[in-house]
Ligand binder design. Structure first.
Ligand code: ACO
Length: 325
């Protein structure tokens, strides 16, 4: 029997209209544009409209990705949504809501919860389903309206996050040249308290806002992200020169630059959107891929190195040859 490979055949994204700039934040908390730009690289982020939920953003990104894939909606046989800010607290899943909006009535749909690494976890899941023959065309979406879970009086967190969605279609192919080369995911739950949103069974009365041990997270993020990409390149006998686009999670420009420097990447290899979208958590990597797609930088056959890190702590990396047109 011929081996089946999983392939990323399209990308799409959606960013809400409303912009929250650093000068807007200066009026809300004790901060400055200069501090935010210097410490994070962020200039503005997008905020969903009051009538937009996470599945609405996911739907807009998904429609674009499906259209660019050349498939019909009914060809999608699995829907995965990576999010930490779903439409509902635990039930129903945002993936099920999204599948309903897409008109899919008999399709498996579930959420993937791995915070900012969720898109890589969804990619790993889609790859496994496709390669095992259990699915042929998986829609994976990273979507967040994390602004609903922000404490806009906590300057150490609220300046970082923005809303948005990105989607990709992962399809079966027998051509190894179009395949997702490798995906690597990991977690260390002993550090669960570095990033939290309370309100679950452990503390139902806890505040449903994001908390973060920023400085501790920063140090572990740089070390883990660097080691992770070195490992995935090594186990595939690849050098960082082979990478056309390094697409890291857009949490902080300083983290991205530290990893880029450790890998000796040229600036043109590194994809940056953190300045205009901030940290969109699970949406950040697909939104960044969409950015290079729409600007014409991403070409069929280009090798992307994806790299994410976040709450859990959970992290992951992937080597993806783009097979879209
Ligand atoms: N404006 C002005 N001053 C501020 C602000 C602000 N918005 N926020 C914090 N400060 C102050 C602090 O109070 C502190 O003051 P002090 O020295 O008087 O105590 C000082 O700035 C330095 O604070 P640090 O927290 O040490 O600042 P740091 O350089 O670490 O930057 C940041 C903070 C941007 C949060 C950084 O630590 C970071 O990016 N961390 C990692 C984030 C990350 O990768 N998260 C994982 C993904 S997210 C997810 O999974 C959901």
């Amino acid at each position: 029997m011929k081996k089946i490979y999983a392939s990323m055949i399209s990308i799409g994204a959606y960013a809400p209209e409303k912009r929250l700039t650093n000068s807007d934040l200066e009026k809300m908390v004790d901060t400055t544009d200069e501090w935010i730009v210097k410490r994070t690289g962020i200039k503005e982020r997008r905020i969903a409209a009051a009538n937009e939920a996470t599945s609405d953003l996911a739907f807009k990104a998904a429609e674009i990705a499906i259209e660019r894939s050349g498939l019909a909606k009914n060809d999608i046989d699995m829907v995965l949504v990576a999010t930490l800010s779903g439409d509902f607290l635990f039930m129903p899943s945002t993936a099920a809501v999204l599948a309903g909006k897409l008109g899919l009535k008999d399709t498996p749909a579930f959420d993937v919860l791995a915070a900012c690494s969720g898109f890589i976890y969804a990619l790993a899941t889609a790859k496994a389903y496709v390669e095992s023959g259990m699915a042929r065309n998986v829609l994976i979406v990273g979507a967040e309206v994390s602004s609903r879970f922000m404490d806009y009086s906590d300057r150490s967190v609220c300046i970082l996050f923005g809303d948005g969605a990105g989607a990709a279609v992962i399809s079966a192919t027998d051509d190894p040249a179009r395949a997702i080369v490798d995906v690597k995911i990991a977690a260390d739950g002993s550090l669960w308290d570095f990033l939290t949103i309370e309100g679950g069974s452990k503390n139902p009365d806890g505040k449903r806002v994001m908390t973060m041990k920023g400085n501790e997270t920063f140090k572990i993020a740089v070390r883990t992200l660097t080691n992770d990409v070195i490992e995935i390149l090594a186990r595939n006998n690849l050098d960082s020169n082979a990478i056309t686009h390094f697409v890291p999670h857009q949490a902080n420009l300083r983290i991205i630059q530290a990893v880029g420097d450790a890998l000796k990447l040229a600036p043109e290899q590194v994809v940056l959107t953190v300045d205009k979208f901030g940290n969109t958590s699970a949406a950040s990597i697909p939104m960044a891929i969409n950015e290079i797609y729409e600007s014409g930088r991403l070409k069929t056959g280009d090798l992307m190195l994806l790299d994410a890190f976040g709450g859990g702590l959970a992290w992951g990396s992937a080597l993806v040859r783009f097979a879209g047109k």
